[in-house]
Design a protein around this ligand. Structure first.
Ligand SMILES: Nc1ncnc2c1ncn2[C@@H]1O[C@H](COP(=O)(O)OP(=O)(O)OP(=O)(O)O)[C@@H](O)[C@H]1O
Length: 675
């Protein structure tokens, strides 16, 4: 079976352009250097800890380098007392080395933890600040969340472990070679003959492993996606006996990551084995040439002992250096996409701070008045006070259009060539209740998305109180326009948490609790909540699984009440409710919507009839507009046709035996009368 494979495709950056297609080694080395530079940029805030760590590291390397020399001196000691004194000095030096190692370990680990926490926070804030369209084109949420957990852990290991170790072994190797040159330059040259081969192998390995690691991380993200999708939809999978399908999809995705992992294991094993073999060969060369020098009387036993110890130390350092450098490249290669996102968003933030608010259409702004919009209702006093007092709209207010769409055209960024709205123009006055109806896929919900500025029109513009919403801060728009949709989003936590999240955190807690209860009462939720043992502190489970659809929706209404918007959008808010729950919903909404502008996407005739005006959308265009009664006058009109079809279906259903209704392909319930 072929899995639907979601590669973790992410925005490319110039720095991440090396994906293996570039043939020039020079540019690959440059690209590896740029990867290292980006990694260092992320660690920059912790430079003081890293500098202190580097200092401790240098001291511990100095101690390591001193040991073979002092062993040689120890062996060549002429008297018992000289031997004791030299052993004492060696013990003190080694103790200092151990302290330095401990300090170095702590400082790098601490800096790594701080960097990881900082990068995680930046990454989440970068995702949350992305436009909704970003998530349409990057649907792999598992991949994005694995960046937050896995990729940041890779970065931490790279910066707090592999990089310091690589630096340590590099200094140890270079220092050891310098001392060897001092003891016997000919022997040092013999030993170094393998180094160029080792260096070349290291460069090739780091390039290969970086590429493999990136593919591996991407495939792991894909496997996470399927695992996450299966576990979060376990009820659906069981209900439709789709466990096998889910298992197969997970297995195929895991199989892909296994293949990449296997390739990486081959590369790692080959290089590490090869590097170790070369290191041993250099030691054999030292033994062979050193023994020759000793036999000829050109080297003392102490010097040869020191030399051999240095040779072992250097060989070990080189082996470990290749190991650590490889692991560093593998980790930063795996975290490369994540680093790009964080650094790009930092650059964008810096740029945005200097920028004026964006103006999308000068023509639309010329039409716009310069109203100062109300800020969000951030205090409970205003929210609570407004709860009991419905919005009063004067006749003058009602005459002024609150929302205008001017020649709006729109296509979703993920499907730019498929027009969804075509030249839509409409005006909605303050306090008006407007129903959007029409065939499925006609663009009704899309209009609500544009009003909330989840997307921007491809052309044309939308005015709120005469001002182009493209020039209004998103936060302000969303404090003025509230939405209740069919599937009310419930976050993990308690019922109270889910209601009070509509308010700003600056509100006083006593007032908040009072406002939460008041809002729940208006939303007809209070009686249910107080019947629970933990009342408002009842935990609702992930995505509110412990609540019914109607209860979730009443929580959403309570939230809306606290938000206190001027314009309310209802996106098929009652379509999943039965007749009784719909009645409770309508009761709750009738208080909330008084005096406010309401735009609803509705299918039920009972809901549509409540509207002052009905707008019929057909294939992304406004086909008809008027009151329910006036539209019903048009014998060949789309609206009348829809109503008649639904009325006939409703009547037929009432006549159908129960089992015939249950197998009907239409999702409409018996109580429905949908338009
Ligand atoms: N995020 C998206 N990316 C790409 N296309 C989308 C997206 N959301 C919706 N569409 C497409 O846009 C068109 C209009 O969708 P919309 O949800 O606005 O229709 P609707 O009139 O509300 O339909 P329904 O009554 O079935 O909810 C549809 O063809 C749909 O496939």
């Amino acid at each position: 079976m072929r899995a639907l494979y979601y590669p973790r495709s992410l925005p490319s950056s110039s720095a991440s352009a090396d994906t293996g297609s570039d043939p020039a080694i020079k540019s690959r080395v440059k690209s590896s250097f740029s990867l290292f530079k980006r990694c260092m940029l992320l660690c920059r805030p912790e430079w003081h800890l890293l500098l202190m760590g580097l200092f401790a590291l240098l001291l511990s390397v100095a101690v390591n380098l001193y040991v073979p020399l002092s062993v040689g001196i120890l062996i060549d000691a002429k008297s018992e007392s000289e031997l004791g004194a030299r052993a004492g000095i060696l013990a003190i030096v080694l103790s200092v080395g151990a302290v330095c190692t401990a300090v170095r370990g702590f400082l790098f680990a601490y800096a790594g933890e701080r960097t990881t926490a900082h990068v995680r926070s930046l990454l989440i804030s970068s995702f949350l600040s992305k436009p909704v369209s970003y998530f349409d084109t990057h649907p792999n949420a598992g991949g994005l969340s694995s960046m937050v957990s896995v990729d940041t852990a890779l970065l931490r290991a790279a910066t707090s472990l592999h990089l310091p170790m690589a630096v340590r072994f590099a200094i140890q190797a270079v220092g050891g070679i310098c001392i060897l040159l001092y003891i016997s330059w000919t022997l040092a040259l013999v030993m170094s003959s393998v180094f160029p081969v080792l260096a070349l192998a290291g460069i090739v390995y780091s390039m290969v492993v970086r590429k493999l690691s990136r593919s591996y991380q991407s495939s792991v993200a894909s496997a996470n996606f399927y695992a996450e999708e299966s576990l979060s939809n376990v009820r659906f999978l069981k209900a439709f006996s789709l466990e096998k399908l889910a298992q197969d999809r997970c297995d195929v995705a895991t199989g892909v990551s296994y293949l990449w992992g296997k390739k990486m294991a081959v590369a790692v094993g080959t290089f590490q084995g090869g590097a170790e073999w070369l290191s041993y060969m250099s030691i054999v060369l030292v033994f062979w040439y050193g023994a020759k020098l000793l036999r000829d009387g050109n080297l003392s036993v102490g010097d040869l002992t020191s030399f051999v110890l240095y040779a072992v130390l250097i060989a070990h350092a080189l082996g470990a250096l290749s190991h650590q450098a490889g692991d560093f490249m593998r980790n930063v290669g795996g975290a490369e996409d994540m680093m790009d996102i964080v650094l790009d968003s930092q650059t964008q933030n810096a740029r945005q701070q200097d920028k004026e608010p964006r103006v999308r259409s000068a023509a639309c702004d010329a039409e716009a008045g310069n109203f100062l919009l109300e800020g969000p209702s951030t205090t409970t006093t205003t929210a609570a006070a407004r709860l009991s007092s419905p919005r009063s709209s004067t006749s003058e207010d009602r005459a002024a259009p609150q929302i205008e769409m001017l020649s709006v055209r729109f296509a979703y960024p993920s499907r730019p060539n498929v027009p969804v709205l075509q030249d839509v123009s409409l005006e909605i006055r303050k306090g008006e209740v407007v129903a959007l109806v029409g065939a499925s896929g006609g663009g009704k919900s899309t209009i609500l998305h544009l009003l909330l500025r989840l997307y921007n029109p491809s052309s044309g513009c939308i005015l709120l109180d005469g001002r182009n919403i493209a020039t209004i801060e998103e936060k302000t728009i969303r404090s003025r326009i509230g939405i209740v949709s069919q599937d009310s989003t419930i976050l993990s936590g308690t019922i109270a948490d889910n209601i009070r999240c509509a308010l700003s955190s600056s509100a006083a807690s006593g007032q908040v609790e009072e406002a939460v209860v008041q809002a729940a009462k208006i939303a007809q939720l209070h009686d249910f909540v107080i019947s629970l043992p933990d009342q408002y502190n009842t935990v609702v489970g992930p995505r509110g699984v412990q609540l019914s659809g109607g209860q979730k929706q009443r929580i959403a209404i309570a939230r809306l009440i606290l938000r206190n918007p001027d314009v309310i959008l209802l996106d098929e808010a009652t379509s999943s409710l039965d007749a009784e729950a719909e009645h409770a919903f309508q009761e709750a909404m009738s208080q909330v919507t008084k005096g406010r502008t309401v735009i609803m996407v509705a299918h039920r005739l009972s809901t549509v009839q409540m509207a002052d005006r009905v707008i019929v959308l057909d294939k992304g265009m406004i086909a008809e507009e008027g009151t329910h009664d006036s539209l019903m006058q048009n014998a060949h009109g789309i609206y009348r046709n829809l109503v008649e079809k639904q009325t006939i279906r409703h009547t037929v259903r009432q006549l159908e035996p129960l089992d015939a209704v249950s197998v009907s392909a239409s999702p409409v319930s018996c109580a429905d009368n949908r338009v």
